[in-house]
Design a protein around this ligand. Structure first.
Ligand code: BTN
Length: 268
């Protein structure tokens, strides 16, 4: 059992040497979803650009494609960063966030396209970017969930085989406040890099990918496709050399990774 040490906004903000992300930090004990708070409070550009909203617990946390994001209170990092007109679109924001997350979590953390962060073959964190407003008033809620103190027993049965936490992988209790601070610093850095040096960040994202040059099976429009992943492009998605012949692209909105095959033929 882990000791409950609450998130501390003063600790997180002290000496936070960032330009944009973390200009303000708010922590809720409980809310429906930090992305909901971001959607509601981001009407005021000057006040909310760079704002980071954390919650110790979400009653309606959500993931991609209508999935629920599970948490059992005080064991995760659940947060949303508000970005106003960041000069990059949602796909690049997701890429920059995924790179920032891997750098925050572990040198061995990998990205399972498009938004899962994987440690030892299991999901540890995820990113959900939502867009609000229009044209010049457009803003993004960059939602991030990281499993920190969960034990194997804490995950619901359906996640037991596919989810893990930082503590399970390291064998010691991580410091959520230090992680939160590092996350903010990395996000600030990589969001700026994504605007100024997009090629560099795409290269970093690809080098952290667990799919590139692997045999994978994806589901697209209720059909399975297996082949070698020969490329990953920010906007277009996965490029797969299919075993049934031909090369095909698969977009993030309508594709799910079913299996990442190991050399022995087992799935990850
Ligand atoms: C995914 O893996 O599908 C994305 C998960 C994103 C979860 C985070 S937790 C904080 C923020 N609030 C939410 O409701 N979702 C994101």
């Amino acid at each position: 059992m882990s000791e409950y040490i609450p998130l501390d906004a003063d600790f997180i903000k002290t000496n936070l040497d960032t330009r944009r992300v973390g200009r303000e930090v708010i922590i809720y004990d409980s809310t429906t979803s930090t992305n909901d708070i971001a959607a509601g409070c981001a009407q005021n550009k000057t006040k909310s650009d760079g704002l980071v909203i954390f919650a110790e617990h979400q009653t309606a946390g959500r993931g991609r494609r209508g999935n629920q994001w599970f948490d059992d209170g005080g064991k995760s990092i659940l947060c949303t960063v508000v970005l106003y007109n960041p000069k990059i679109e949602a796909d690049m924001i997701t890429i920059a966030a995924a790179v920032g997350l891997t750098e925050t979590i572990d040198k061995d953390a990998r990205i399972k396209w498009p938004n899962d962060i994987i440690l030892a073959g299991k999901k540890t964190a995820g990113v959900l970017v939502e867009t609000f407003g229009e044209k010049r008033k457009k803003y993004y809620a960059v939602g991030i969930g990281i499993n920190c103190h969960q034990t194997k027993k804490d995950f619901p049965a359906e996640l037991a085989k596919t989810a893990t936490s930082i503590d399970i992988q390291s064998g010691v209790q991580c410091d959520r406040n230090s992680l939160a601070k590092r996350l903010i610093m990395n996000l600030d850095h990589f969001f700026e890099s994504a605007v100024k040096r997009p090629d560099e960040i795409v290269e970093k994202w690809q080098s952290r990918s667990m799919l590139l040059h692997r045999r994978i099976t994806v589901e697209h429009n209720s059909e399975d496709f297996t082949g070698n992943c020969i490329g990953i492009e920010p906007a277009e998605g996965l490029i797969i050399q299919l075993e049934r012949g031909g090369v095909r692209m698969f977009d993030a909105a309508s594709t799910t990774i079913v299996k990442v095959w190991t050399d022995g033929g087992n799935n990850v």
